[in-house]
Design a protein. Structure first.
Length: 177
């Protein structure tokens, strides 16, 4: 019998000062049985950094041909493809052919090695690569609860996250714009 995903509910008050975007997001996130809290929270944060109408989580790890998050236009064109982790260059190359914009958010301690090995290949692709600080993502993952109400304020290259159980700041750097 296959393991089922764990469902998390997020009520997020989002203030993105970089984009002048303010919203209250009600997110239901299915955590794949093989997915860590760190990866799930990197997905949630990437969603918040790109929040807009029609942005949705996909089946993610359960569907290898889909990104973690995507946005389709009203005429069903793929406008935004977002992958979380350290995807293969070929996967992102394929994504750049089918989506108008492609973003990758890496989040763990092996991101530096992955980037050093693939930087030259990514330079030929029209994709943005952002690296979350792995210790910050771990601190964020430590705040996870099945039902969470939180406030996320984005300014510059960081997000301040406040929850009922604590707060933390997640920093990132752009590896490729």
């Amino acid at each position: 019998m296959a393991l089922k995903p764990t469902i998390y509910k997020f009520n997020i008050s989002l203030s993105d000062l970089n984009r002048d975007y303010y919203d209250t997001l009600q997110l239901t996130v299915a955590q794949h049985p093989s997915e860590s809290h760190e990866r799930m929270m990197a997905r949630v944060l990437a969603f918040c950094l790109n929040a807009q109408e029609s942005l949705i989580f996909t089946k993610g790890l359960s569907e290898p041909d889909e990104p973690d998050i995507w946005l389709h236009t009203l005429d069903d064109q793929l406008a935004l493809w977002i992958d979380i982790g350290e995807p293969a260059v070929d996967r992102i190359k394929k994504a750049t052919r089918i989506a108008k914009e492609v973003k990758v958010y890496s989040f763990n301690s092996k991101s530096d090695v992955w980037w050093q090995q693939n930087q030259n290949k990514f330079a030929m692709l029209s994709a943005s690569v952002i690296q979350f600080d792995s210790q910050d993502i771990s601190a964020l993952a430590n705040l996870v609860a099945r039902t969470m109400t939180c406030s996320i304020t984005v300014t510059g290259d960081s997000a301040f996250v406040a929850t009922e159980s604590g707060e933390c700041e997640v920093n990132w750097r752009s590896l490729q714009a």
